[in-house]
Design a protein around this ligand. Structure first.
Ligand SMILES: NC(=O)C1=CN([C@@H]2O[C@H](COP(=O)(O)OP(=O)(O)OC[C@H]3O[C@@H](n4cnc5c(N)ncnc54)[C@H](O)[C@@H]3O)[C@@H](O)[C@H]2O)C=CC1
Ligand SMILES: Nc1nc(O)c(N)c(N[C@@H]2O[C@H](COP(=O)(O)O)[C@@H](O)[C@H]2O)n1
Length: 312
C-alpha cells in the first residue's frame, strides 16, 4: 500500500466531512435495510425491516421542492437540501451497499457518489468501510466519463468506490475501450441487463413516451443482477426519469421505503419534476399513481423529511 494511502486510514477526517448526530438518526431506523454485510455498514441500532430477501432492499431518497422539482432545469444541479438533510443523505449512503443514479444525473452533476460522514472509510475510518458502491444506469452507454470524472477522482483518493455502469445487453461495445480500461483499472465494472420486453411497457397497451427515448431496462432484472453481485441494499437517488420509472405502477412495489427531503422553496416551471404515471382503476379511470403508508414527518433544519412505504 502507498504511504499516502496508509496515512489516510488513520488520519483526521478531511475538512469537508459531515456529521449526522446519533440522536438525529433514530427516526430513520425503521425505514432502513438490515445490515447484512457487517463490514460495510456498522450500526448500533436494532432493525425492524425483514432480513435477506431475494431482491435488495430498495430505498428511494431524493430532495424536492414544494412543486416536486429536483432541479431548476434538465442538465443542471440545484442544491435543495439544507446542511442537516445533506448530512442525512450521506448517512443514508453509509447504510446501503450501493447507490444508483441515472446517466442524466451523472452528466448534469458529475457526482462523487460517496459517503462523507466522519468515521466512514476515507473520512477518518478504515479502508472503504461504510462506502456504498455507485451505480450509474446508462443503457445506451452515453456517459463519456474519464479518469478525471469526480467519481473516479474520489476512488483514486480512497474516498469512495469506483462505479458499476449498467448498460442494455448489446450496447456493451458502445463504451470505448479506453473507458472500459479506466473503469476496470479503478475496480469498477460494466453490467449488462436485457431490455424490458415491449409487452411490459404499458399494461394498457399505450406507447410509453419515456421508453421511446432510451433502452428501458426491467427493474426486477436489474435488482436480480445486483443481488447476485451481493448488493443487499440499494439507495436510488434520482434523477427524475429514474424516479418516475421506479414509481410507475408496474415497478413501485419493488420500493421498500422512501425517505424524501422537502425543501421550503418553489423552483418554478421548467424543472426536472417527479410525477409518475397514473394508475388506472378497474374501469380504466385514472387514480393516484402512488400512496404511502406508515408515514412519518420529521423536521430537519429548514427542511422536512417524509419517510414511508409504498401502499401496494
Ligand atoms: N434533488 C435531488 O435529490 C436529485 C436531483 N437530481 C437532478 O435530476 C436531474 C437528472 O434527471 P434526469 O434528466 O431525468 O436524468 P436521470 O438521472 O433520471 O437519468 C435518465 C436516464 O437514466 C436512464 N434510465 C432511467 N430509467 C431507466 C430504466 N428503467 N431503464 C434503463 N435506463 C433508465 C436512461 O438512460 C435515462 O435517459 C439533474 O438535474 C440532477 O441534478 C438527480 C438526483 C437527485
Ligand atoms: N439529497 C440531495 N439534495 C440535493 O439538494 C441534491 N441536489 C441532491 N442530489 C444528489 O446528490 C448527488 C451529488 O452527490 P455528491 O455530493 O456529488 O456525492 C447528485 O448527483 C444527486 O444524486 N441530493
Amino acid at each position: 500500500m502507498a504511504a499516502s494511502e496508509s496515512r489516510r486510514d488513520t488520519a483526521q477526517p478531511p475538512k469537508e466531512s459531515l456529521q449526522f448526530p446519533v440522536l438525529s438518526r433514530v427516526f430513520l431506523q425503521p425505514y432502513l435495510p438490515v445490515s447484512l454485510k457487517s463490514s460495510s455498514s456498522p450500526s448500533a441500532y436494532p432493525q425492524t425491516t425483514p432480513a435477506k430477501t431475494s431482491l435488495p432492499h430498495v430505498t428511494l431518497t431524493y430532495a424536492t421542492s414544494l412543486d416536486s422539482s429536483l432541479s431548476l432545469a434538465p442538465g443542471t444541479q440545484t442544491h435543495l437540501s439544507g446542511p442537516q438533510s445533506k448530512a442525512m443523505t450521506h448517512y443514508l449512503r453509509s447504510r446501503h451497499d450501493a447507490i444508483l443514479v441515472g446517466v442524466g444525473t451523472a452528466l448534469a452533476d458529475d457526482p462523487g457518489l460517496n459517503c462523507r460522514i466522519t468515521g466512514v472509510g476515507g473520512y477518518g475510518g478504515k479502508e472503504l468501510i461504510g462506502q456504498p458502491r455507485p451505480i450509474v444506469l446508462d443503457p445506451s452507454a452515453r456517459w463519456k466519463f474519464n479518469a478525471e470524472s469526480r467519481v473516479f477522482r474520489t476512488a483514486r483518493e480512497n474516498r469512495g468506490k469506483a462505479p458499476w455502469i449498467v448498460v442494455a445487453q448489446g450496447n456493451e461495445e458502445k463504451m470505448s475501450l479506453e473507458q472500459r480500461k479506466v473503469l476496470g483499472s479503478y475496480g469498477g465494472k460494466l453490467l449488462s441487463i436485457p431490455q424490458r420486453k415491449p409487452e411490459m411497457e404499458d399494461p394498457t397497451g399505450e406507447a410509453s413516451t419515456e421508453a421511446e427515448t432510451y433502452a428501458a431496462l426491467d427493474w426486477q432484472s436489474l435488482l436480480d443482477t445486483l443481488a447476485q453481485q451481493d448488493v443487499y441494499s440499494l439507495m436510488v437517488e434520482g434523477g427524475g426519469t429514474v424516479i418516475n420509472d421506479l414509481l410507475h405502477p408496474r415497478n413501485a412495489q419493488l420500493v421498500n421505503s422512501v425517505i424524501i427531503t422537502i425543501a421550503p422553496t418553489y423552483l418554478g416551471q421548467g424543472g426536472v419534476v417527479v410525477s409518475p404515471e397514473r394508475k388506472l382503476d378497474s374501469q380504466g379511470k385514472p387514480t393516484n399513481a402512488v400512496r404511502f403508508k406508515e408515514v412519518k414527518w420529521q423536521p430537519l433544519g429548514a427542511d422536512v423529511i417524509m419517510c414511508g412505504r409504498v401502499e401496494v
